[in-house]
Ligand binder design. Structure first.
Ligand code: ZN
Length: 94
């Protein structure tokens, strides 16, 4: 899934991926490798596996969010169902 926040979302915006909730809690300045300044969005969520709260940082354009915390990471393994299954996405603007 691709996200393109061409307009930076407001802190408090919530994104739902299936049942998993990501709340935008902050924006950090970030300098890209090419030297251009951009922003990273900081999202608070709970691990789909162990329910521990953790933070995910994404650029304004991203192709997805981590669903699990660092301890539970299983890259390429979907949280539910089969790989390639469509995840229900909803966005609640603050
Ligand atoms: Zn976890």
């Amino acid at each position: 899934m691709d996200f393109d926040f061409s307009e930076q979302p407001t802190v408090g915006t919530v994104i739902l991926l299936d049942e998993q909730q990501y709340e935008l809690v902050g924006v950090e300045p970030y300098r890209r490798r090419d030297g251009r300044k951009t922003e990273l969005l900081v999202w608070a969520t709970q691990c789909a596996n162990c329910q521990s709260p953790f933070e995910v940082k994404t650029p304004l354009r991203t192709n997805g969010f981590s669903r699990r915390c660092a301890a539970c990471r299983k890259p390429g393994k979907p949280v539910q169902g089969k790989r390639g299954r469509k995840v229900k996405v909803a966005m609640v603007e603050a």
